[in-house]
Design a protein. Structure first.
Length: 145
């Protein structure tokens, strides 16, 4: 159970090491992980869809009449790729910030033995996807055609 803290500086709550508060901390931590994974999936979809649009329209046979916006599909694809990369970067910064908050600020009592053993693979996946997104963006942007 968390109660308002009147004497502890740097923390909003006095944290008591009970089973309920420990499991509440774990649920919060897993909810953070789940939210970050949702952002990773969204970013992967945006990056993949943007790259697919560019590839699809490049492989179409030439049209009989001149299109209104000849670079439109390429620009749309670049915008989607960039949106995915930016969304992933913002989500990673938010994840890192909240994760640090949950591991500090008086919650050390609740983290307990999990602090050194629990390592998530999600940040590594996010970094890999971020690099893939940047590669896709620059590949499309600097294509000589």
């Amino acid at each position: 159970m968390m109660t308002a803290d009147s004497g502890h500086s740097g923390s909003r709550f006095a944290v008591e090491a009970t089973a309920n508060s420990h499991f509440a901390w774990i649920r919060t931590r897993l909810a953070l992980e789940n939210t970050f994974l949702a952002w990773v999936r969204t970013a992967a979809s945006l990056i993949g869809f943007g790259f697919t649009i560019v590839q699809f329209f490049e492989r179409l046979p030439p049209l009989k009449r001149k299109p209104l916006l000849p670079g439109g599909p390429r620009d749309l694809g670049l915008a989607l790729i960039l949106a995915g990369v930016i969304a992933l970067g913002v989500a990673a910064l938010q994840y890192r910030s909240i994760n640090q908050y949950l591991r500090n600020n008086g919650f050390e009592v609740l983290v307990g033995a999990l602090d050194g053993r629990y390592k998530s693979a999600t940040p590594a996946l996010a970094v890999l996807l971020f690099l893939i997104g940047l590669f896709a963006f620059f590949t499309v942007f600097f294509r000589l055609s």
